[in-house]
Design a protein around this ligand. Sequence first.
Ligand SMILES: Cc1ncc(COP(=O)(O)O)c(C=O)c1O
Length: 392
Amino acid sequence: MFETLPKPRPDGIIALMQAYAADPRMGKIDLGVGVYRDAAGRTPVMQAVKQAEAHIIETQNSKSYLSLAGDSAFLEVMERLLLGGAVPSGRVAAVGTPGGTAAVRQICELIRLARPDAVIWVSAQTWPNHAPLIAAAGLEMRQYRYLEAESGALDRAGLFADLGQAGAGDVVLLHGCCHNPTGVDLAEGDWAELAGMLERAGAVPFIDMAYQGLGEGLDADAGGLRHLAARLPEILVAASCSKNFGLYRDRVGLAMTITPEARRDIMAANLAGLNRKSFAFPPDHGGRVVSTILNDPALRHNWQAELEAMRRRVVQNRADLARALRAALGTDRFGFIAAQRGMFSLLPLPGTQIERLRADHGIYMLGDGRVNMAGLNDQTVAVLAEAIAKTV
Ligand SMILES: Cc1ncc(COP(=O)(O)O)c(C=O)c1O
């Protein structure tokens, strides 16, 4: 029966990970895969996570099923972390999901249930998995302009011109912070202008929040989401704890809707129903780690300090790389790297140069020039800058 099965197109990130692993060179540098790394190149388990896990092992006395929405304590702490009280809880419905990926998928499924012909607007540069997830849910996708590639700044005029065409019932997917892959986020004024535009059009924002705390800080990174939530009647949210809690493989995320109170229960029931039809119960362990940390003042303090150190390291790597490139190339062409936020930037390099960086220098970045800023350290910043200068 499976002879008709097509060969799937290889996933660029997974293929790059495999090529890197197979490269025998000592000095190879992995700037591809999107995980945080410390100065020694490790992706450590956070201290607060270790302590919360020890506490859970000590005290947990059942692993029986919970509800389809998952652990209510996890959903409550995440509502506070994301929304900071910007809307009354009576407007919020949420369910746990296996990571932010499944949260995006479940929100797309929810959109399809409500409106199978909905159009979802996605930034021209985006996380490579957005389009496949949207297509898998059978939704129509349109792109809006986002990045001015050479200046590395927001294409504000393009974005507002394109989203000006979004109509009633359209959905606009936005990265809450640390836009992947550009590192370019909306400023406060942009969020306000966008809120007005969506409000007038009757379009619904869908916020993908995968890096809260790694851009400008925990509250600042949620500023856009909170502004929209306080102003618009309906918001969709997919959130991930993979990066800010370092819980990648535990698969911790949630799908959330913010609606008028009268519609909250039906949203919750539909989200639970979607979970039932895909994986039934969301994974519990990672979410329990998150609620244990956020409900314990000492653990929370410890987690926030470690997250802030991670954030600062990325900001420092950005400043160091911008400076090293200025010195190596004698131009400020890459100055935007220091102004951008989050783990990623797109280096506007031709494909042939990206190939040579890999072949001649063992430096791995994605084919579109996406670089993981957390993958650099004091030594490799200079190596990368010099290799870019040599391959121009
Ligand atoms: C923009 C964005 N959304 C969602 C995710 C999903 O992350 P996960 O499924 O690992 O929680 C990622 C991960 O890289 C991401 O960059």
